[in-house]
Design a protein around this ligand. Sequence first.
Ligand code: BGC
Length: 624
Amino acid sequence: MITLEFMNLGKGNNWFIGIIVALIGISSLISCISTPDPKEVIEQKVDSLLSIMTLDEKIGQMSQVRHFKDIIDEDIATKLIGSVIHTQGPLPGNNAKEWQQKFIELQKIALSTRLGIPLLFGVDAVHGQNTYNGATIFPHNIGLGASQNEELVEKIAAITAIEMEATGFNWTFSPCMAIPYNEKWGRVYEAFSESSDLTSKLSIASIRGYQGDVYNDVKVLATAKHYLGDGSTDYGIEGGNTSLSMAEIDSILLPPYRKAVLEGTGAIMVGFNSLLGNTMHANKVMITDTLKNSMGFDGIVVTDWQGYSRFGGNKIIDAGVDMVMAVEGDLDYFQNGLKDAVIDGSIQQDRIDDAVRRILRQKFRLGLFENPFPDTTLYKTIGCEEHRNIARKAVRESLVLLKNNRNVLPLNKETKKIVVVGEHANNSGYQSGGWTVAWQGVWDNYQGATTILEGIQKHSVGLVVYDENGIGDHLDADAAIIVVGETPYAEFKGDIGDGTGYHKLTLNKKHQQYISSYSQKGIEVIVILISGRPLVVTDQINQADAFVTAWLPGSEGDGIAEVLFGNYNFSGKLPHSWPKTIDDISGKYGPNFWDEDYSPLYKFGFGLTYPDKYSNNTVSIAYK
Ligand code: BGC
């Protein structure tokens, strides 16, 4: 261990670096003998390394780039890059082995520099390692919010960490800890719940699952995002302004962050939004005073996409941002701009040291200096049966039964003829939403996933026919399972805005028609809703015999059939209150269950189980 550190840090350098490196080695040796506090050991290593870094090396550490477009590989060394991000864009390779190889090559370039500081490889693995076609894709967070199951969420994050490492990554930009106030926001599904308490509980579980023991066996770094008020902007606009009172900010938005800091989250990402009119990226009070000084956060504050050029350049560094997503042409602008500011004194050297100390601290905690490369034995874990079993369990637990007239559910497996209706029933891209294989998701089936239709076919022993376009040519069926909902979107592309855009908070006419045409024919109608948020579907709920909201279940569509056919009971509870009409949402903020005047169609925490007893099956509202 010590020898490796020695080699990494001292490679091809002068006697001075040699002495510092030797000191790091000796401190490690002393540490081993007296078993000192691992936290202190890391701090000593960080200080030693920081003391020999040049300004260029420090600014390099603060730079995060994409492995394509922003740089050519050699820039890792010449621009002394600290981190590489992979989101959409050219893939690093054709399979997991090639992805790892690409990142290993980049890591080797970083290790060949004067100080040999390893790179962090970041990815938006927000519901599984969702950038890799073939990975296990879990329900989006809103579905996990319905499960209320911390243990499950921790396990899911731990599996995601394994599949991330299998494809070469050591840092995820997850969990999203937004508290969505308005269903018009395009990122409602990335958040666990409108409840601050439930969000805290599940976020902490998620961070724990990703990171493991931060001082012992960290797996991948987690990122709590987007600090602060991303989900509570007026009218649900991505990157808009949050105008809650300070009391609400303190009692609803901040608690999940306080808990995430205590849990040791490695990073926190600042949001695109403003808070009370102040852009979050440049908000010194919230970043430095509140997060770092008052809450004691000792990890990395990272910008969001192009944060430096979008939100005021060096103002964001002064506010306390430590690492910059210097993408889309921002790299030179950032590196030169910051260097000039340090030289002319407008940014203090101490501020730079604080940023770099935080970045190095996380790299030491991850054990990257000892083990800079991913484990090459992990490929076989990607999308393996064990992981998919957990994902299927998560699907089952995320389903919320909103209506079950005459106990039409559970369906008898021997039902003679079931017609499955709608294009959403046989499309794993649709059932998985945004951030699946591509940033905006995919509109087709992807590798390894099981569709809802396939699940029904697997579990039924009767005849299952498929009416993809709802033309209604199976009116002799005993039951119709009609799958309707939203098509994939991510970020601002999912915002509803003034309602004139592509996405709506109601079902499109075609989907409304599927339900009305079958419900008039005396067939038992079971509706499955696929959506990233509660939609206004009051009429459709009235027309259906049974109504299940399935959120965005991910790759294991057969988890739905397992509950419909009664192999398992429903246990999911609404993580959001459910609107009755569009008017519920058209105001500045959408339905909020803490608002006493609001009477939703279903309250937060509602969810039926078998057998159908409305009065006995709502949970008491234990969260705020
Ligand atoms: C999103 C973040 C994401 C980042 C990197 C941004 O546009 O807001 O949530 O982590 O991109 O892909």
